[in-house]
Write a new protein. Structure first.
Length: 276
C-alpha cells in the first residue's frame, strides 16, 4: 500500500473520485472501529477486541476465517447495511508526518493504489483544491470526517482502558461446526459480561463516564451476529462448490466432445485404409 501526502505544490490541479468498490478489503477478517460506530454495528457484526503490547483496540468481525471478508461479494460490492468509517474515508487517510518534529503530528494523505486520485479525471471527479491553495468544500468535509475519526479513536482508547483496568476482557475462541468440519478463529478478545454483572455501583459509574459500559453492552449483544457470519460463510462455500461443480461438468463435456472427435478421426482413417 502506497500512501502519499497531499500538498498544494504537487496536487493543486488534481482531482479525486469517491470509492465505490471494496475489493481491496477482501482479506480483512476484521476492521478497526471507534465508539461512535458501535450503535450501527451491534445489530450487524460481532464486536471484538485485540490486545497488543498491553493495549486494547476494538474491531468489527467480518469473517470467522482469516483473510476473508464476508461483507463484500465477488465483484467488490459492499453487502452490509453499514460501511465502517475506516473504509468510508478512503482514498484519504491521516498519516504520520515524517518531517515533523512532533511524533504525533499527522497530515492528510491518499492511498495511491486505489486509483482514486489523479491529475486528470472525468467531469464526475472532485477537485482537491479550489483556486489552487485551499481545500475544496468537499475536501473540507473529508478532512473534518478524518478529524472526527481521530477524535473518536482517543475517546475509544480511554473507554477500552477503563474496561481493561477492571479486568473485564477474556479470550474468545470462536468455533463453528460446519458440514466439512469445525472452523476455529482464535486470538480474539471479548467482554466477560458475568464480571460486568458483579461490578459495584461506583465501578459501573466510572465505566459509564468513559463510555466503557456502552462498549460492554454492545460487545455482549453483538455476539448474536455470529449466526449471520456463519450463514454468509455457508453461502460462500456453496457458491464456490457450485462454481467448481459447473466447471467440472463443463470439463467433462469438453472431454467427451474431444473423445468423440478423436473417434471420428480414427474411423475416418480406418475407412481410408480399407479403401486403399
Amino acid at each position: 500500500m502506497i500512501i502519499k501526502p497531499i500538498t498544494k505544490e504537487a496536487h493543486k490541479d488534481w482531482s479525486y473520485i469517491g470509492l465505490s468498490n471494496y475489493m481491496h478489503t477482501k482479506n480483512d477478517a476484521i476492521v478497526p472501529i471507534v465508539i461512535a460506530e458501535i450503535s450501527h454495528l451491534v445489530t450487524t457484526n460481532p464486536i471484538t477486541f485485540l490486545e497488543q503490547n498491553g493495549m486494547y483496540s476494538m474491531y468489527s468481525l467480518q469473517s470467522i476465517m482469516p483473510n476473508q471478508n464476508y461483507m463484500i461479494d465477488g465483484q467488490g460490492n459492499w453487502l452490509n447495511n453499514y460501511i465502517p468509517a475506516r473504509y468510508r474515508s478512503l482514498p484519504f487517510v491521516f498519516a504520520a508526518d515524517n518531517n515533523s518534529r512532533q511524533n504525533n503530528e499527522k497530515i492528510l494523505c491518499y492511498i495511491e493504489d486505489l486509483g482514486c486520485v489523479a491529475k486528470k479525471f472525468t467531469n464526475k471527479s472532485t477537485k482537491i483544491f479550489s483556486n489552487g491553495d485551499k481545500l475544496s468544500a468537499e475536501m473540507e468535509k473529508v478532512f473534518s470526517f478524518l478529524q472526527n475519526i481521530e477524535n473518536n479513536e482517543a475517546i475509544t482508547k480511554k473507554a477500552l482502558l477503563s474496561i481493561q483496568e477492571l479486568d473485564l476482557f477474556e479470550d474468545w475462541k470462536i468455533s463453528l461446526k460446519l458440514a466439512d468440519g469445525e472452523k476455529e478463529m482464535s486470538g480474539l478478545k471479548r467482554v466477560d459480561f458475568e464480571k460486568v454483572k458483579k461490578l459495584t455501583s461506583s465501578q459501573l459509574e466510572m465505566l459509564n463516564k468513559t463510555g466503557g459500559l456502552d462498549i460492554c453492552y454492545a460487545s455482549y449483544f453483538s455476539i448474536t451476529n455470529l449466526d449471520k457470519l456463519r450463514d454468509l460463510m455457508i453461502s460462500k462455500v456453496n457458491e464456490i462448490k457450485g462454481k467448481q461443480k459447473t466447471k467440472s461438468i463443463r470439463d467433462k463435456t469438453i472431454e467427451m466432445q474431444q473423445l468423440e472427435k478423436k473417434q471420428e478421426m480414427d474411423n475416418l482413417v480406418k475407412d481410408l485404409l480399407l479403401e486403399d
